[in-house]
Design a protein around this ligand. Sequence first.
Ligand code: ADP
Ligand code: MG
Length: 488
Amino acid sequence: MKDLKSVLEKYEPVIGLEIHAQLNTKTKAYSSDINEFGAIPNTNVGPVSLGHPGTLPVFNESTLKYAVRLGLACKSEITRDMHFDRKNYFYADLPKGYQITQDKTPICRGGEILIKGDDGKEKSIELTRIHMEEDSGKSIHDMDPFDTLIDLNRAGVPLVEIVTEPVLKSANEAYNYLIEVRKLVRYLEICDGNMEEGSMRCDVNISIMPKGSKEFGQRVEIKNMNSIRNVAKAIEFEIVRHAELLEKGEPIFQETRNFDASTNSTVGMRKKEDAHDYRYFPEPDLTPLHVSQEYIEEQRSSLPPLPNDLFKKYQKELKLSNYDASNLTDSKGIALYFEDLIKETSNYKVAANWMMGSIKSYLNQNALGIEEFPISAKKIAELISAIEEGKINNSVATQKVFPILLENPSKSPLEIAKENNWITQDNSDELENIVLSIFKQNPSETERFKNGEKKLTGFFMGKIMQATKGAADPKTTAQIINKVIQSI
Ligand code: ADP
Ligand code: MG
């Protein structure tokens, strides 16, 4: 096998992704059957899902709403007049014999997802289209040794398919793109983005061409990837495989391949030549859809804050690092809490540290989501300003006040500090006396310290913290230690 690095010196990969995202509507795309993951097989199935003859689909308006919201978030052009199409093929998990999809009039055209490109800069991944369609049932090949089992709960679940232009250049960019799409659908709350459960699936189209060439190579498609990491692995495997074929002068077939996670390689499934002709035609059982400008504006004005906008705001306006901005926007809940927090404090860096430090570790340790975090943003802001004003020191705040606040979220942080005598002693005279008496109690250490043994600062700091029950402000204390040692 060639190694990827040497291949990339000679060839340029071209990648386009097709993502299927299951919409988390209450009911299915064209019937009132329940749309839920993990139900007992074949329980969420009525005559429409089962494709019984004579049944008629009824369009679920939520599908449209979710697709429009996704399109607006991606700055796509929303199609105002559209219809559905039938895509005909025979398969056991498709009892109707066709899938209702959009061929000629996708709900969204164009648009983009912004990712971090390989050069570290922001890169726009242009979208070709987003269209609405329905999922098929699920064939289960590994539960029965002899037969394939079919679960039709998934039949008719609404999907959006998001198709990119062939503009991704590496496994890493594809990885970043998938992370961004998953984040976006989660912020919009239209799909849970769970690739392992199959609610977001990805087809990878990949080809390579000699560096500098303008003409794309022959592409292959890797179907139904169910993990972001595996997408990256499949791409790396394919890049090397293509290069080896090209160097040997062998043809690359346009084919569909499967990724095998146990060997990190792909295997050919079927050649595109014998792919079906889907005989698309307009779905006669559903009326065409018209989307009014008013409807579009209504959806636009009710969009939640979007991850990329927040990321930029945190970087540019709040001057937070890339690292902080990206951590804070990974999940919508954390970002919204942070939004509340910065309404109450302008000490953004400290606020970010609280989010990523004490708050996140508490949530992780207790396996909680931020929605279940008991302390209000207002109280955390009070704690931050008490530290800023020098009333509580940082370690008292994180190690003592914070745990009590978790148990008594309605109390004020200052009240807690007062009750426990944890208010910082900013009374320097008093602190000077304490320092002086500690020096007296430890004559030999004091002598060595006076003679320049700087590492004893820690020793004295410990004694002072003990004497003040941790309430002394470390910075002031250090200054006072230096002042007092020079005076004795
Ligand atoms: P199909 O419907 O057969 O899958 P499309 O034209 O819709 O074909 O393309 C599907 C995906 O393949 C798109 O994401 C597109 O960007 C990508 N694609 C097209 N040509 C190439 C190529 N030569 N190399 C890599 N990706 C490609
Ligand atoms: Mg395809």
